[in-house]
Ligand binder design. Structure first.
Ligand code: SF4
Length: 342
């Protein structure tokens, strides 16, 4: 079963949401217009090549918004993600800019801490994110008045209060035009507009980041359960979406650190600690999330303990088959369909 078949279910208010999103983008293009004589737009789209960002890239092009699109190519992306990047570069009218980490800093980190350092502590994981994401992000945002993101309130407890337009950073505004979209809305738009998407979504990867830090999820798991799954929830952002005024409360950070000590990447019960920083807002640090960790998550925790974090796709497929959401042969059919669509 493809991600479209599984997820494309528009909410009853989808038409109004889409109109609101289009209006937000058009208003932003006016408010954050480039200065006279500027050679590049003052508005930019942060594109992770995930489903939401592919929708936004499509909208930016369809509406002829004066914005460029940037991608952080961390050097750790899946081959499927890199193929989608090439496709976007070939088809987008809006310029697509690729930012890579400083090669010396990235190589030095690996030489010093090892290739799997991100699993050893939150500090090392965030240090890796700093080199591969945060520093390139700073370069991507330099000179920009505002940036567009695919954040949705539904994505996690730490994103539940995402505003349409966040002006809390004095340096630049952040526009979240899909803030009130559901996952079903996103996939309805993708299906309706034949938007290209990452085939990993058909493999039960709803949220896709770097390969070492992303895995497929099972039915019932939190949307972002496949990202930094060995950490607790509020530690999970990589830094891209952390408000400049925001920081994890010390007690949360200490708790998060204690959970990963010992190198046993299990799952935490505390979903608040999982943001990596990219998307943690000023008012969110004191919010108490009531995200429940499903029973399936506890089962999955056993699968990552004591070894390299991750599960084989066949294990994930078996979990979905057991949950009754997909037939084994359906996955093969989905792959065929996607190849045809591509
Ligand atoms: S997501 Fe993982 S691999 Fe990517 S920059 Fe962060 S720690 Fe490094």
């Amino acid at each position: 079963m493809s991600a479209i078949t599984l997820n494309a279910k528009a909410s009853t208010t989808f038409a109004a949401k889409l109109a609101h999103t289009q209006a937000l983008l058009q208003q932003a293009a006016l408010e954050f217009a480039r200065d006279a004589g500027a050679t590049s737009p003052a508005l930019t789209l942060a594109c992770s090549l995930g489903a939401e960002d592919m929708v936004l890239a499509h909208l930016v092009n369809a509406l002829a918004i004066d914005a460029d699109i940037f991608v952080l190519e961390t050097g750790m992306l899946h081959t499927q993600t890199l193929a989608l990047l090439a496709q976007l570069q070939a088809t987008s009218t809006a310029p697509v800019k690729v930012y890579r980490p400083d090669a010396q800093a990235a190589a030095g980190f690996v030489a010093r801490e090892g290739e799997k350092a991100m699993y050893n502590s939150i500090e090392l994981r965030k240090a890796c994110c700093q080199i591969r994401k945060m520093e390139p992000l700073e370069r991507a945002l330099t000179g920009k008045k505002a940036w567009i993101t695919g954040l949705r309130r539904e994505q996690s407890g730490t994103r539940a209060a995402v505003p349409d337009l966040d002006r809390s950073d004095a340096k630049r505004a952040k526009l979240n035009p899909l803030a009130d979209w559901t996952w079903g809305d996103v996939w309805h738009y993708i299906a309706s507009n034949a938007v290209a998407y990452n085939p990993l979504h058909d493999e039960f990867y709803p949220s896709i980041g770097c390969a070492p830090c992303t895995r497929a999820i099972a039915m019932g798991e939190d949307f972002r359960a496949g990202r930094w799954w060995w950490e607790s929830e509020a530690a999970k952002e990589c830094g891209l979406h952390v408000s400049p005024h925001s920081s994890l409360a010390p007690t949360q950070a200490n708790f998060a650190a204690s959970e990963v000590k010992g190198g046993t990447p299990g799952r935490s019960q505390n979903s608040e600690l999982k943001e990596c920083g990219l998307h943690v807002g000023k008012t969110q640090q004191s919010e108490s999330s009531a995200l429940a960790v499903p029973a399936q998550a506890n089962l999955l925790a056993e699968q990552v303990k004591g070894g390299t974090p991750g599960r084989s796709q066949s294990e994930v497929a078996q979990a979905h088959v057991a949950a009754g959401d997909v037939k084994p042969e359906g996955r093969a059919e989905a792959k065929t369909l996607n190849k045809e669509a591509a």
